[in-house]
Design a protein around this ligand. Structure first.
Ligand code: CIR
Length: 263
């Protein structure tokens, strides 16, 4: 099986001008939509440079957070799962992303009502798929998702991340088959038995939502000490500016759905 961080296809959606109305739990300022568009374009370019063919969907003004395509769906080489995002303003994003997934995958499953699950709460690891309970992902949604994952040959495991994080992956990301990048708080939660954990540097917790893509780790720009920790461990780090993205409580995984498509 190819590594869970081997990707040759991705779907992204351009940010809408309505992104200024996107959900924000912490006020870090209103994002500048032009700068957000530039960050998004640079993100696409970074994926392409790493060997990923990117399908770019048009912006959706009626859904301010729809640039974060990771939340309404999950994708694997074996098929896709349409999710039910837990924020009322985002539930309609699933129907919007569905056509692109039906075109790309033979097998597209649905998460049934009434549960909710956001893709940001799902961390794909080599042996299991972690599903974090959160304000967006409830126990019913998580349990139903375990069943859907089984149908795609994947083992789901439900975990309870520390309180106060938006999504499981707000605080952690997979670096390789045995290494996890995590905030100190997430690292202390004991969610990753058997993994070597690299902690984000003090004050750089937002770096935790990194994205391993093929041979490189995409890391937000502006986290020099965390970048150094990764390069010291021989990871190839590619930095991407996400200042505007972070104002919307998001990071690098949130802006794409990624998978390995067999030729
Ligand atoms: C939201 O609150 O839903 C968006 N403003 C941010 C979504 C970030 N997505 C992710 O972490 N997967």
């Amino acid at each position: 099986m190819v590594a869970v961080y081997a990707f040759n296809r991705a779907i992204v959606r351009r940010p809408a001008r309505s992104a200024v109305l996107g959900l924000r739990s912490v006020d870090r300022g209103v994002p500048d939509v032009d700068a957000l568009g530039e960050e998004h374009a640079a993100y696409i370019a970074a994926l392409e440079t790493l060997g990923v063919t990117v399908e770019v969907l048009p912006p959706l003004e009626e859904f301010p957070d729809s640039v974060f395509v990771e939340d309404p769906a999950l994708v694997f080489s074996e098929g896709a799962i349409l999710l039910r995002p837990g924020a009322p303003s985002r539930i309609g994003e699933t129907a919007e992303i569905a056509p692109a997934l039906r075109a790309a995958f033979g097998d597209v499953l649905d998460l049934p009502a009434p549960g909710f699950a956001d893709g940001g709460d799902v961390l794909v690891m080599p042996e299991a798929v972690l599903i974090g309970l959160s304000a967006r992902t409830d126990a019913t949604g998580a349990a139903d998702l375990v069943g859907r994952l089984e149908r795609l040959g994947r083992r789901g495991r439900v975990v309870t991340p520390p309180a106060g994080v938006l999504h499981l992956k707000t605080g952690c990301s997979l670096l390789d088959d045995e290494t996890m990048l995590a905030t100190p708080v997430m690292a202390a939660a004991g969610l990753f038995p058997g993994f070597r954990i690299v902690e984000t540097a003090p004050g750089e917790e937002a770096a935790a939502n990194a994205l391993r893509v093929n041979d490189a780790v995409l890391l937000g720009a502006g986290f020099p000490r965390t970048a150094e920790r990764l390069t010291d461990l021989d990871f190839t780090v590619v930095t991407v500016k996400i200042d505007e993205v972070m104002k919307l409580d998001a990071g690098l995984s949130c802006m794409s759905l990624r998978w390995w498509a067999e030729a």
